[in-house]
Structure formats: structure tokens, C-alpha cells
Design a protein around this ligand. Structure first.
Ligand code: F6P
Length: 366
């Protein structure tokens, strides 16, 4: 009799902890449940193009601490909108039937989709076509619904905080305003938490459009009262009141074409001109996504992956594993499809930041 099989893919942008999940799934599938594991390369792209590998326990040995993903990832691949043709004939086609045939031909009992809201949305759509899906919440943005935290966030928060710390000392030496832009898409978790951890004087979030007059006034006041430098932490999704977000790229081969980035340059120019204090801009970029996972991310990844295999073993499909309070739970995948968890303006950490004198660049009554 052939062995029971489970598939795994890492979708969306990569982050520290993906390898720890691949390891946790493979080791528990093989060792605890006697199952085989099929790993698809480059997220859903590997399913579309029939590129996969059998993962044995040996293949995942030693990868717990490694950044990235041994399977590769794609934040563009989507079986429901796959680019076909070229030039004027190029269009996005639904090739999900190909993925479903492969799923069946490989004899998969379930497919573990490791990713953010985009990956969960595709996973949920494949579930509607008959695949058994189990989701594992990943993203440095920490913006998945129904889970207190995603793995990858802690490592990105550490990278951003360390960068702010480094900018702090040079800001102080040169009496400059340092503006640091962090990732996060339309959710300000990374900016808020690294900003508070790094002692940012101003933190600008996508959830609260800023008033540039307020930002100028904070920097000027600090200077007048002896603090000749300031730290402004900006989320890439931030925008001025009445203004727009800034995109660094519009990709033409994906259903999510807008790539945020660059708002901090606008802020730097205006701030320097209006405050007469020298400003420098740092866009942290993909440094936040690379490198080794923190202990917390290794623990989350291990616990999430083992919980995902438990769901497979129980036959509890079309759920995502999640952390709620101190409990690992399973939530229906529909609850996380196509929605993002943003920072509520009455978040306790925002209150704490206000209490220690941090500005969010706008009037806020909490
Ligand atoms: O979702 C993760 C993330 O790093 C976002 O914070 C960022 O906006 C986006 O991905 C960057 O995408 P790319 O790797 O395509 O530049």
C-alpha cells in the first residue's frame, strides 16, 4: 500500500522561520505519522509548473536556524490569475484545474500553505475546489486576521529596531533628523513596535494619515529645547492627510501589483526645508526579511508546523493554525481570506507611546 502524503508550499514574500516550518512539518509528518512530504518549489508557481520534490527528514536537518526557504517562494504566483501569452496577447488565466489535477495525481491528503493573506486566499479557493488545505500564518507585516502574531514578525522587528538604534547614535553626533522607512504594507505593526522599541520621536502609520505641520513642529520643538536630533519612523504605507501612498513599483504580472516604498523621501525633503535641520533618509527594505529567525520565530514556526500536522492527522481541513492568547488554535480559513489586520487607533501600545511623548504626526484622542 502506498504511503499517505501531504504537500507543503511557502507562498508570498519570504521571511525568517519558513525553513523552521518546513522542518517541523517534515519531521513530524515522517517521524510521527509515517507520511511522505511533497514540497512544491516557489510557492504556487511550483504547483502550476509541476515542480516539486520529495522531502525526507534528512533534507530538513540543520535548517531550523536558516533564513529564507529551501523551497523558494513567490509573491506573484496565483493559479487563479496566471499570466499566459506575451505582448498584446498577454492575459491572466485561471489554471487552478492544473493544480487540482496535480494534487490528485500526487495522492495528497492535504496541502499545507505557509503564507500571508494572499496565500490563504488562494488556499481557500483551492479548498472550494476540493483540496484539503491547512494554513500556517507567516508574514513580517503581522497583518493576518485571527492570530495574535505571525512568525517572521519578531525577526523583522529586531532588524528594524537594531537599525533605529544605529541611526540614533549617528543622528545624535551630527544633530540630524533621521527618517527610517520600514515595511508592513497597509498595516503599521512593524513601524509601531520597532518605533516604540527604538524610542522613535515620531512614528507614522498607514492607519493614521499624518499632518506634516505636526511632524515639523515636533522636530523644531525638540531642537529648541536642546534635543538637536530626532528619529522619525515611517511605515511604507503611511500617507499625508489628503495625500496618497507612494509606490516604488507597479508589477504588471500579478493581481497585487502595487509595491509600496519611498514616502520617507518626500517627508525628508519637506522636513529639511521647513525645519532647517539636516535630514537623512534610510529605507530599510529587504534587510527586514532576511537573516536568521529569532528564538521566538523558531518557536512559533515549530509550534505552528506541528499543530498544522495535527490538523492533517485529525482530518480537520480548511483551517489555519493561529495563536490566540497563549493557545494554539485552528480558525476557518474563510475568516482570514482577503482581509488584513491593521493597528486599531486605540491599541494599548499607541497609548503607551503617547504617554512617553511620542508623536504619531496627527491629532489623536485616546
Ligand atoms: O508582505 C511582506 C512585504 O515585505 C511587505 O512588507 C512589502 O510591502 C512587500 O512584501 C515587498 O514585496 P517585494 O518583495 O515584492 O518587494
Amino acid at each position: 500500500m502506498s504511503k499517505r502524503r501531504v504537500g507543503i508550499l511557502t507562498g508570498g514574500g519570504d521571511c525568517p522561520g519558513l525553513n523552521a516550518v518546513i522542518r517541523g512539518v517534515t519531521k513530524s509528518a515522517v517521524g510521527k505519522y509515517g507520511m511522505e512530504v511533497v514540497g512544491f518549489y516557489d510557492g504556487f508557481q511550483g504547483m502550476i509548473e509541476e515542480r516539486f520534490t520529495m522531502l525526507r527528514a534528512d533534507d530538513v536537518s540543520g535548517i531550523l536556524t536558516h533564513g529564507g526557504t529551501i523551497l523558494g517562494a513567490s509573491n506573484k504566483a496565483n493559479p487563479f490569475a496566471h499570466p499566459v501569452g506575451s505582448g498584446e496577447n498577454r492575459q491572466l488565466a485561471d489554471v487552478s484545474d492544473k493544480c487540482m489535477s496535480l494534487y490528485q495525481d500526487l495522492g495528497l491528503e492535504a496541502l499545507i500553505c505557509v503564507g500571508g493573506d494572499g496565500t490563504m486566499t488562494i488556499g481557500g479557493k483551492l479548498a472550494a475546489l476540493g483540496a484539503n488545505i491547512v494554513g500556517v500564518p507567516k508574514t513580517i507585516d503581522n497583518d493576518l486576521m485571527e492570530t495574535d502574531v505571525t512568525f517572521g514578525f519578531d525577526s523583522a522587528r529586531l532588524a528594524a529596531t537594531e537599525a533605529i538604534d544605529r541611526l540614533h547614535s549617528t543622528a545624535q553626533s551630527h544633530h540630524r533628523v533621521m527618517i527610517i522607512e520600514v515595511m508592513g504594507r497597509n498595516a503599521g505593526w512593524l513601524a509601531l513596535e520597532s518605533g516604540v522599541a527604538g524610542g522613535g520621536d515620531v512614528i507614522l502609520l498607514p492607519e493614521l494619515p499624518y499632518d506634516i505641520d505636526e511632524v515639523v513642529s515636533v522636530v523644531r520643538k525638540r531642537s529648541r529645547f536642546g534635543k538637536k536630533f530626532s528619529i522619525v519612523v515611517v511605515s511604507e504605507g503611511a500617507r499625508p492627510q489628503g495625500g496618497k501612498q507612494v509606490y516604488r513599483e507597479i508589477a504588471d504580472d500579478t493581481t497585487e501589483p502595487k509595491r509600496l516604498g519611498g514616502i520617507s523621501r518626500e517627508i525628508g525633503e519637506i522636513l529639511e526645508e521647513r525645519s532647517s535641520i539636516e535630514c537623512r533618509v534610510t529605507i530599510l527594505g529587504h534587510l527586514q526579511r532576511g537573516g536568521t529567525p529569532t528564538p521566538l520565530d523558531r518557536i512559533l514556526a515549530t509550534q505552528f508546523s506541528v499543530s498544522a500536522m495535527e490538523l492533517v492527522a485529525e482530518g480537520k481541513y480548511n483551517h489555519m493554525v493561529a495563536l490566540q492568547g497563549n493557545r494554539y488554535v485552528a480558525v476557518p480559513i474563510e475568516k482570514v481570506m482577503g482581509v488584513q489586520r491593521v493597528v486599531p487607533l486605540d491599541a494599548p501600545l499607541m497609548k503607551a507611546a503617547l504617554a512617553v511623548g511620542t508623536s504619531f504626526g496627527a491629532e489623536i484622542a485616546i
